[in-house]
Design a binder for this molecule. Sequence first.
Ligand SMILES: O=C(O)CCC(=O)C(=O)O
Ligand SMILES: [Fe+2]
Length: 311
Amino acid sequence: MPFPVIDISNIDDPQHQLTIAQQITDACKQWGFLLIKGHPIPPSDIQEMFSLAKDFFSLLDNEKDPWPINKNQIGYMGSFRDKNNDDKMSMWFGGLPGALENNSEALPPFWHTKTQRIEAFKHECHALVLKLLVCFAIAMDLPDNDFFAKAHRENIGRGNSLRMLMYPARDKKPKDVGSRMGQHTDSGSVTLLFQQAAGLEVLAPSGEWVKAPCERDCILINLGDALSFWSGNQLKATLHRVTFDGLPHDKERQSMAYFGAANPDTVLQPLLSGVTMGKYYSNGLCVEPGITVGELNKQIMTSIYGPAVAV
Ligand SMILES: O=C(O)CCC(=O)C(=O)O
Ligand SMILES: [Fe+2]
């Protein structure tokens, strides 16, 4: 079963939308991951974000560490700081549109003059997530094609997060460190993953770990727990990770993840008639259908980062 690569150039054309919707949905039923090409986000915008991120991550620790990730999911986390002791740096831009300017005290000063560019990029990502959500509703034959999109209002709740990541190159493999990013599923709905190099491993339908492809001008898409709940587990929230085997200690890698999340009061339970679901396991937690998006997110963030980050 090859890794799915789907061209979405005609996603807005009613003549092609159903076919694309079915292709995307089939990929998510099998893999929970796919690579899209022909997407609407300009490559120059993606490049701009990568280059800002690179400049930021190369600053001294004292220009980043005093702004740790907070309850709005805004801030920085350096290597070896999370529960997995992962060797990665991440900069989070969470919150509603405008949150970055309104919370500039939570941002390392490097970002103060760049918040509008980050907000604009987040907005482009959100628009793409909405297009993909419409596809899932069409392929699932829901009565309202906008059902999922309506649960993802950009200006409601805690907002959507952009996370810039840097896996630094090291002279030696750090001691007593297991991974670059521990295996996990994403807790949102749809994640857009921008990569500058390969290195991410994905649990394939065969049960083997495989390296996700990284192709120029393509975005890797994966699903989070919400769509898995709504589809009664038909759409997969697939485990993924970055290890020192897949990304050796002397190789640097940059990526960016945009986590499209449903609004916090959204109730997660199967939508299709005749489809039921028992307990659901996510990142070591066991949760029941009927949980809200807000509650699920809180439990997951607490388990990974501790209570300081959970609302
Ligand atoms: O760096 C990557 O490719 C993976 C990022 C990721 O899985 C995440 O941020 O949830
Ligand atoms: Fe992830």
